[in-house]
Structure formats: C-alpha cells, structure tokens
Design a protein around this ligand. Structure first.
Ligand SMILES: *[C@@H]1O[C@H](CO)[C@@H](O)[C@H](O)[C@H]1NC(C)=O
Ligand SMILES: *[C@@H]1O[C@H](CO)[C@@H](O)[C@H](O)[C@H]1NC(C)=O
Ligand SMILES: *[C@@H]1O[C@H](CO)[C@@H](O)[C@H](O)[C@H]1NC(C)=O
Ligand SMILES: *[C@@H]1O[C@H](CO)[C@@H](O)[C@H](O)[C@H]1NC(C)=O
Length: 174
C-alpha cells in the first residue's frame, strides 16, 4: 500500500511537471509567434501523450518533428484522394507538386529528427526550415495558376506544426 502511494505521488508529480513544460513551451511559442495558436500547440502535444513522455525540451522537439511528419503524411493521404477524384489535368499537376514537396518535407523531417537526437541542433534547424516550406510551396503552385488551393486546412495545420518544431529546436542551442 505504501509503495503504491509513493508511486501514485511520483506519477502525479511527474504528470504535473510535464503538463507544465508543454503549457509553458506553448505559451512562450504562441506569444512570440502570432501564427501559432496556443490551444493548437497544447492539444497537438497532448494527442501524442507528450505530457506523459516529455521530460525536457529536446524530447519535446523530437515529438514536435514527429507530429509535423504525421501531419505531412496525413496531408499526402488527402492529396492522394483529391488526385484520384480530379479530372482536370493542370489541377492534377498542381496536386502532384504538393505531393512532391510533402515527400521532400518528410525526408527532411527524418533528417532533422536524427540531428536533434545527435544534438546537432544547427543542422536540425536547416532541415526543419526546409521542411517547413512545404505548405507555402504547395499553396504557391495553386496561387500562381490563380486557382483556389483545396488543401488550405491541411497546409495550415502543417505550417503550425512545423513552425512549433522549428521554434523549439532554434531555442535549444542557446
Ligand atoms: C518561457 O519563457 C520564459 C521567459 O522568457 C523562460 O524563463 C522560460 O524558461 C520559458 N519556458 C520554457 C518551457 O521554454
Ligand atoms: C496515449 O496513451 C493512451 C493511454 O495510455 C493510449 O491509449 C494511447 O494509445 C496513447 N496514444 C499514443 C499516440 O501513444
Ligand atoms: C512519418 O509518418 C509516417 C506515417 O505516419 C510513418 O510511417 C513514418 O514512420 C514517420 N516517420 C518518422 C521519421 O517518424
Ligand atoms: C523557404 O522559404 C523561404 C521564404 O519563402 C525562402 O527564403 C527559403 O529559401 C526557402 N528555403 C528552402 C530550403 O527552400
């Protein structure tokens, strides 16, 4: 019984601390980056059980880049669906551009994650910056043709997730 109580106390303590690291980090990020919404930041980390895993900023940085990766993968699934339904060739080509830039982003995010793990933070910043361009590159493909981008929501979420990862990593090597 006593052991159980200690364990309960320890896990309660840990979950309180970790909840506050996610919330503190999200508060800091959203206050200095108007594009990042605090609630989106917190709920993204919570969806990854980050509150039960993240002990430090480096772990949070890795989780953020994995979340950006899964957002990119989800966006690709959506692009695939749209491509299958699309009859208009130029529009299909624009969707193909989006598919391609998200593929590159997924590669860059993998490299970034390895760099964060190896504490090569400046390298991680380079790869995260490149990866974070996927959403705007996809938007541009449609904007240049004066066509409405059907991926606005997906691009917006990816943009925020990639920015969160980038800001956390950029703060690591200070
Ligand atoms: C948030 O910002 C404050 C003030 O700059 C800083 O003291 C604190 O360590 C930061 N917290 C996190 C989790 O980054
Ligand atoms: C988070 O934890 C819950 C309960 O422990 C589990 O059911 C869920 O699968 C976990 N989610 C992830 C993304 O690991
Ligand atoms: C990225 O996400 C995809 C789909 O969820 C997954 O298969 C892949 O392993 C992830 N890559 C990394 C480096 O986490
Ligand atoms: C990402 O986008 C910015 C602004 O549009 C641009 O300056 C930068 O060169 C791009 N980076 C890469 C790696 O494409």
């Amino acid at each position: 019984m006593r052991t159980f109580c200690y364990l309960l106390l320890i896990s309660l303590f840990l979950s309180l601390c970790n909840a506050s690291i996610v919330e503190d980090t999200c508060k800091n990020i959203s206050s200095s980056n108007p594009d990042i919404v605090y609630d989106f930041c917190v709920s993204s980390f919570k969806s990854y059980n980050a509150t039960s895993q993240a002990a430090d900023q480096r772990t949070l940085a890795i989780i953020a880049s994995r979340l950006a990766n899964s957002t990119a993968a989800k966006t690709q699934e959506r692009i695939q669906e749209l491509m299958e339904a699309e009859k208009n060739k130029p529009r299909k080509n624009r969707l193909d551009v989006c598919m391609e830039v998200y593929s590159l982003a997924i590669d860059d995010l993998r490299t970034a994650e390895q760099a964060i793990e190896a504490e090569r933070d400046p390298d991680a910043v380079v790869f995260l910056s490149a990866a974070s361009n996927a959403s705007s590159d996809c938007e541009d493909a449609f904007a240049e043709a004066k066509d409405a981008c059907p991926l606005e929501k997906e691009n917006g979420e990816y943009d925020q997730m990639a920015a969160i990862a980038l800001v956390i990593v950029a703060a690591l090597h200070r």
